[in-house]
Design a protein around this ligand. Structure first.
Ligand code: NAD
Length: 317
């Protein structure tokens, strides 16, 4: 079949807040021809499919949306996994991880049994650990197992920097890398407004900007999820749109750069850890890692984050 005649098919597993925020955006944007919704709570998936279909007349393109099951994933291009238990107050991350690990074992087994051969995109937390687990359970090649990683954190950073310097976030080129979580970092040496380094701008206009504000901004990005969860119990629009951006890059074979969670082994031979780094994304998933020229301090913080992720992964095994 010719590439241009191929149907683009996406499956969402877990039709909760995150899964449906992605599905809503995907339907509105018309990014695929077929959208399958799967949940252990079949009635919820049915209701969500009905609700989305009722808005189809106002979406950008027609598409087939339905509640399905794993065999429907056989010919899916991308499966977006948003299923899982949410963290309960007082529950440790490791305890949550053990719960989600069991859920992932069932999901990945069912997808393998269905003959799925597309690209895994994981959003469930802790995302870097569960993406590495997906790679291990599926036996898929590394390029085809992707986590949302620090895509959302990077979008949050670009939004804050855009507001701070009064420029369009699209012209802010800066990344959050490492764990999607407490040990993530912003390599400021690699942050630009247009093509101008942000650290140079700060030096040039000391009366307007300073480095302390940048550090606070990195903390704000790191703590954003906690604040949103405290205010409205869950965060989902931002991640929904981040997942949309990633799936668009894959289906459109864009070779766009996004900070997804990927195996670091292709760029850093000594580790199989999955962490958020800038990656070139296209039809085959991760086509390559953009290896950044970090300062000594940034390198240290990055490896601290990577080692933390490795420790958690080994602990949950
Ligand atoms: P939610 O509770 O609203 O939805 C989870 C859904 O998963 C539910 O509908 C549930 O029925 C379903 N589910 C549970 N077990 C399943 C199974 N075995 N098979 C299929 N479906 C199953 O939670 P949410 O707010 O949508 O969050 C989902 C995940 O996304 C959480 O782990 C959350 O921490 C994570 N998240 C990630 C990011 C990120 O940046 N990666 C951001 C926000 C939230």
């Amino acid at each position: 079949m010719k590439q241009e005649n191929r149907k683009r098919k996406v499956a969402v597993i877990g039709t909760g807040f995150v899964g449906m925020s992605f599905a809503y955006a995907a339907a509105f944007e018309g990014i695929c021809d077929e959208l399958v919704l799967i949940d252990v709570n079949e009635e919820k998936a049915l209701g969500e499919a009905m609700d989305l279909n009722h808005g189809l007349a106002f979406c950008k393109a027609n598409m087939l949306i339905y509640a399905g099951d794993y065999p429907d994933c056989k010919d899916a291009d991308v499966v977006v996994i948003c299923a899982g238990a949410a963290q309960k107050p007082g529950e440790s991350r490791i305890a949550l991880l053990q719960k989600n690990k069991v859920i992932f074992e069932t999901i990945i087994d069912s997808l393998k049994e269905a003959g799925f051969q597309g690209i895994f995109l994981v959003a469930t937390n802790p995302v870097d650990i569960l993406t590495r687990l997906t790679k291990e359970l599926s036996g898929f090649p590394e390029n085809k197992v992707i986590g949302s990683g620090t895509t959302l954190d990077t979008a949050r950073l670009r939004y804050l920097l855009g507001a701070h310097f009064n420029v369009d976030p699209k012209n802010v080129h800066a990344y959050v890398i490492g764990e999607h979580g407490d040990s993530e970092l912003v390599p400021w040496s690699q942050a630009f407004i247009g093509t101008k380094p942000i650290l140079e701008i700060v030096k040039e206009y000391p009366q307007k900007f300073n480095e302390e504000e940048l550090c606070n901004m990195a903390v704000d990005v790191k703590e954003a999820a906690y604040k949103i969860i405290a205010a409205k119990k869950a965060s989902y629009y931002g991640i929904g749109l981040s997942l949309l951006r990633i799936v668009k890059a894959i289906l459109g074979d864009e070779n766009s750069i996004l900070t997804v969670s990927t195996s670091l082994s292709s760029a850093y031979e000594q580790t199989e850890v999955f962490a958020g780094v800038p990656c070139v994304l296209g039809r085959n998933g991760v086509q390559g890692i953009l290896k950044l020229q970090l300062t000594e301090k940034e390198t240290e913080a990055f490896w601290h984050s990577v080692e933390k992720l490795d420790g958690i992964f080994l602990e949950c095994h």
